[in-house]
Ligand binder design. Structure first.
Ligand SMILES: [Zn+2]
Length: 503
């Protein structure tokens, strides 16, 4: 194969097809196809980036193959290409249209009078994620090629405008920064590192995760994918970047925002689609699209940690082993307790904000361990009316014990005459009984002049509340109960010691 040109330099940012087209223009060939035929190069092999073809072209152009090979997207089969060590699926490449920046072409044209060999197709224009010229900060212009064959046309055929006409294309177009996602992809292709979370994924996974997250963050979870145009995808990439650049932490923050906004709408529960919308639907896509990258696991971890789940059922492909949160609904189902009462108990324990009481039970969430404790307390509940009997105490004593916080109703009902409906945890009652029994032990001989609590308040003129506080503080020596008699009414005291302590 003869060298046609002493040296026809390849531009460092151009595609091999562009270079071949420029050579064909310089050679005077009617089109690239006939030029390739003259050089016995198969157009298909050129489009597939076969190494032998690149080497042949370099021979023709007297060019070192290294920079050409560096810009070659070489087919790996199965609709995938390899570019600089990165696997790029055909879907990430723009092969059906010509994309260009008029100012870049205008600068190319300045090199002479014949734009054919002067204008070159930038490699970055062929990447879908690239939407803005990083040199001129202009949105790229798109022109349909109608047929794949047209990939072989010279740039001047797709963009016939020259001089003033070329400048007119961008006359009123506002400048814009290139998207940080575009910048990341280009930096990565140039061998730069970071952010780590994205570097750990294929380029396709990194781009798709950023765009899908950004899509729901920018347009809402119910966005219809068929209505998303390329400017929307570009915006989605920009918005998604804000979160993914922070790695898993950023993703969790985004998921929290989505969950909070669903909660405000009264949605959530185990219906993850209403919370994460299209992002969740995308992650459920089966088949070839199943390898979504690490975002799937990050979302799964988030749901496990922060949402109601169904143990044993599959969540994003894997069964759930253990729950970390209950909703009031799922807790009621599991324990058989009444949802409304359970919710009141959880509010009383500050596990649910009182302001959220009107929300659906399926979206009110509680830490699993605390939820189980609350449910167990409720299942042990005894009604208030039984307290005098169970504690062997008068009603005023019971009222004081509750007032002092020594006994805590499981929930407080609003309105009058509803208190009797409140329950108390039987375990708390038993603990209080053990405590007073320890303070006032059983005595075989109980001095007959010792008095009970009611007599004590009257004769020592101390309010019951103060007397109970004093006793429970401990330190009273002359106190006890008759053998086998439990509860508050069985307690006996030496009135003189009480008087002394109270003074
Ligand atoms: Zn430009």
């Amino acid at each position: 194969m003869a060298m046609l040109f002493p040296h026809f330099p390849f531009q460092g940012d151009e595609t091999p097809v562009s270079w071949a087209a420029r050579m064909s223009a310089l050679h005077g060939s009617p089109n690239l196809r006939s030029f390739l035929a003259d050089q016995r190069i198969s157009p298909s092999d050129l489009l597939h980036g076969r190494q032998a073809v690149i080497e042949r072209l370099c021979e023709v152009g007297g060019q070192d193959p290294a920079p050409v090979w560096r810009n070659t997207a070489s087919s790996e089969g199965n609709q995938c290409f390899r570019l600089r060590g990165e696997i790029i699926p055909a879907s990430m490449l723009s092969r059906e249209e010509t994309r260009f920046c008029p100012l870049c072409l205008h600068e190319d044209d300045a090199g002479g009078s014949n734009p054919g060999p002067l204008r070159w197709d930038r490699l970055i224009w062929s990447l879908r994620v690239v939407t803005t010229c990083p040199t001129h900060h202009l949105p790229l212009i798109y022109r349909g090629r109608e047929h794949r064959e047209n990939m072989l046309h010279k740039l001047i055929l797709h963009v016939p405008e020259r001089g003033e006409d070329l400048l007119a294309l961008v006359e009123d177009v506002p400048r814009r920064e290139d998207s940080p996602l575009q910048a990341y992809v280009l930096r990565r292709l140039d061998g730069h590192k970071g952010p780590d979370w994205l570097d750990g994924q294929t380029l396709e996974q990194a781009v798709k995760a950023t765009q899908m997250l950004g899509l729901v963050m920018a347009f809402g979870t119910t966005i219809n994918l068929s209505s998303v145009d390329r400017d929307d995808w570009d915006l989605a990439g920009r918005v998604g970047w804000e979160w993914v650049a922070q790695g898993e932490q950023g993703l969790h923050a985004a998921f929290r925002e989505l969950q909070a906004s669903a909660f405000a709408r009264g949605q959530g529960g185990q219906n993850y689609f209403t919370v994460f919308g299209q992002l969740h639907r995308w992650l459920l896509e089966p088949g070839d699209r199943s390898d979504h990258g690490p975002i799937k696991q990050v979302l799964r971890d988030y749901i496990l940690k922060n949402m109601d789940v169904c143990v044993g059922r599959k969540l994003l492909g894997k069964p759930v082993g253990r729950r970390q949160k209950y909703s009031v609904q799922s807790l009621a189902v599991e324990t058989g307790l009444h949802r409304q009462t359970l919710c009141k108990v959880l509010i009383e324990r500050d596990l649910i904000a009182a302001a959220d009481a009107g929300k659906p039970y399926s979206i009110l969430l509680v830490d699993a361990e605390k939820a189980r404790e609350a449910a167990a307390a409720l299942s042990r509940a005894v009604p208030l009316v039984q307290l005098p009997t169970l504690l062997n105490a008068t009603r005023p004593i019971v009222t004081c014990l509750i007032g002092l916080g020594l006994l805590t109703p499981l929930h407080r009902s609003v309105g009058e005459n509803t208190r009797d409906k409140c329950g108390l945890d039987a375990r708390e009652l038993n603990q209080l009984m053990d405590r007073i029994h320890a303070l006032a032990p059983e005595l075989t001989y109980l001095p007959t002049e010792w008095v009970n609590l009611t007599q004590c308040t009257k004769r020592a003129r101390i309010p019951m509340r103060q007397l109970l506080q004093m006793i429970l503080q401990g330190g009273i020596k002359k106190t006890g109960r008759a053998m086998g008699e439990p509860g508050f009414n069985a307690l006996r005291f030496d009135i003189e010691e009480i008087r002394l302590r109270a003074s």
